[in-house]
Design a protein around this ligand. Structure first.
Ligand SMILES: [Zn+2]
Length: 89
């Protein structure tokens, strides 16, 4: 199992879509799957999502850590940059 650290949502980084999953207990990951990676909180290293594949951990997926309340996002691109470019008229 490979550990992937998530990152904090930047100030003003307004989510385009999706929602924030709230972890209710620090010893229970919000998501559990059969994938390759464990995703941990960027601040405290708490396990937030276990056994997930990267294709499921997109910018739509945010997880609020039960231990430190940091809202984590897994996407490496900021939401703004990941947005489709607006076409100039
Ligand atoms: Zn945390």
């Amino acid at each position: 199992m490979t550990i992937k650290k998530m990152r904090a949502v930047r100030a003003g980084e307004v989510p385009v879509d999706g929602g924030t999953a709230v972890q209710e207990s620090a010893d229970r990951p919000v998501f559990r799957g059969n994938g390759e990676y464990d995703y941990v909180c960027v601040s405290c290293g708490s396990l937030l999502a276990a056994g997930m594949d990267p294709q499921y951990m997109t910018r739509r997926v945010r997880v609020r850590c039960a231990r430190c309340a940091t809202v984590n996002i897994s996407a490496e691109l900021p939401v703004q940059a990941a947005r489709r470019a607006r076409r100039e008229a």
